[in-house]
Design a protein around this ligand. Structure first.
Ligand code: HEC
Length: 230
């Protein structure tokens, strides 16, 4: 059993009901299994726009990757490649419930994938910038971070029970897709980016299907908690 699956099974024993599966593929599978309901409209758009915001930020990290290890860089590129493949499907899901949203011509993501393959990061960033403008990430309900003491207490509880096992003190350099330490990350990135990462980062299990198992209020409190530095 490798380290991550050990961490995972210990977490499952601690909290079976709330075992989180962090998986891009599962999220996409859930997208097909669960036909969108009108209530999902905002959620699909938020997920799509958060995905684009994270892609944009990740592409930005590749501009000066000096502080990242080779496996980290490979992990970021793999993630971008996967996200570009799945983006047209996220757009389709968002348009099912928000028909006024602009469509996404598949050739645009193909172009961006070619730019990534050619390591043309500037072209990739410019393309993602355009997409971010077409599908802006609305942070209502997430920002400003909820830093009231009750919210911070709740965020600490959530973090310690469900996130810390994987995300705190995780070694990052040798892993391609590490569970980043959010306290460190908060020191390096703006709140909008952390919000976008939290919106797409936590995938629900089969109980919660596509929905992020965290409510907006909880994400908002977690953002405040991560910026408070423990
Ligand atoms: C079982 C271990 C595990 C648990 C528990 C876990 N995570 Fe993660 N998380 C990971 C791993 C591994 C990744 C990196 C996955 C990847 O890049 O494909 C990740 C990625 C993320 C990301 C995406 C970061 C980015 O690069 O954009 C966010 C956000 C996130 N997790 C938040 C949380 C929160 C909040 C909790 C608790 C509610 C949590 N995770 C619980 C293992 C875990």
């Amino acid at each position: 059993m490798n380290k991550r699956s050990m961490r995972f099974s210990s977490l499952q024993t601690r909290s079976r009901a709330a075992s989180f599966v962090v998986s891009f593929t599962m999220g996409v599978a859930a997208l097909f299994l669960c036909p969108p309901s009108p209530a999902d409209a905002g959620e699909h758009l938020r997920r799509l726009s958060a995905e684009i915001a994270v892609m944009k930020a990740d592409a930005g990290r590749l501009v000066k990757p000096g502080h990242l290890s080779a496996p980290n860089i490979k992990g970021i590129k793999d993630r971008l490649r996967g996200a570009l493949s799945v983006l047209p499907l996220l757009v389709r899901a968002a348009r099912n419930t928000g028909p006024d949203l602009p469509g996404l011509d598949g050739s645009r993501t193909v172009d961006l994938r070619s730019a990534l393959a050619a390591n043309d990061i500037e072209k990739l960033r410019a393309g993602l910038e355009e997409l971010a403008a077409a599908y802006p990430f609305d942070t209502a309900g997430l920002l400003p971070p909820d830093n009231r003491s009750e919210a911070l207490r709740r965020a600490r509880e959530i973090h310690e029970a469900h996130c810390a096992g994987c995300h705190d003190d995780s070694e990052t350099a040798e892993e391609e897709r590490p569970a980043w330490d959010f306290f460190k990350l908060a020191k390096a990135i703006p709140p909008e980016e952390l919000a976008a990462r939290l919106v797409i980062g936590v995938r629900g299990d089969s109980l919660t299907a596509l929905d992020n198992p965290l409510r907006n209020a909880e994400i908002s409190a977690l953002i405040a908690f991560y910026y408070s530095g423990k």
